[in-house]
Ligand binder design. Sequence first.
Ligand SMILES: CCCC(=O)OP(=O)(O)O
Length: 300
Amino acid sequence: MVRFEEIFSKAEAAAGATVAVASAEDYEVLKSVHMAVEKNLASFILVGDEKKIASMIQESFPDLTEPAISIQHAENTQNAALEAVKLVSSGKAGVLMKGHVETSILLKAVLNKEVGLRTGNVLSHVALFEVPAIDRSIFITDAAMNIAPDLNQKVQIIQNAVKIAHGAGVQNPSVAPLAAVETINPAMQATLDAAALTQMNRRGQIKGCVIDGPLALDNAISVKAAEHKGISGPAAGKADILLVPSIEAGNILYKSLMYFGNSKVGAVISGAKAPIVLTSRADSAESKLYSLALAICTSY
Ligand SMILES: CCCC(=O)OP(=O)(O)O
């Protein structure tokens, strides 16, 4: 099981990245930048309202100076997102980070046909949670990007998550495609897709992981619940990656783990030309720092 402490060690060993931050004029974002610079993880190009960023730094983080950071002015959040994306696509930065900008605005810039970071593959969101209630870590995908993925998109979403899990040190992750039940019901698309994904994995069409579903959330994360319901299989009770059937399920699960579950999170977009740090605007500086470490240690 992977912990953020190990992810930090890996990221420190790979340090040296330049991160472009879209809309850096936010206290928690700047605090995470400050912590990352203190840990020598990366240097930063802070894109956004120059005056605001400079005065926030002067007031709260006066030791945050060049060359660890530089500031690039942008008129508004749309501009900041596009300029930050351009810094990455032109090679001036190796990692993109969401600052105080709506996810949809950032992703629009990421998907921009001329300067964006598309690869031709599906891009998807992967979040790693350290969950105190079950004393273990779990990846959840996709809480932020793909609205209602079909089977083909789910295949790529799993592949993207497996890549991040490998980079984080989980070699052959077990993947649970989640549904409301653990049996196949033709009226429930999530169960049909889960069965197909499981069989595709058995036939070698999806590699680097073990897929086992459909599973309901309890049977995927609790051995006790799986045993109580008589469910066995490689992911039953011990899934490393939870594939959610829709963005609503994923986003609600993400925020439940944060607000009810007191979890730690690090989250990235996988499948683009470069890793993208993408947490909720309301997530803490620590979460943004964990995400940076995850992005750096899984960069490709
Ligand atoms: C879970 C990350 C995506 C998200 O919901 O971001 P916001 O809370 O900033 O909308």
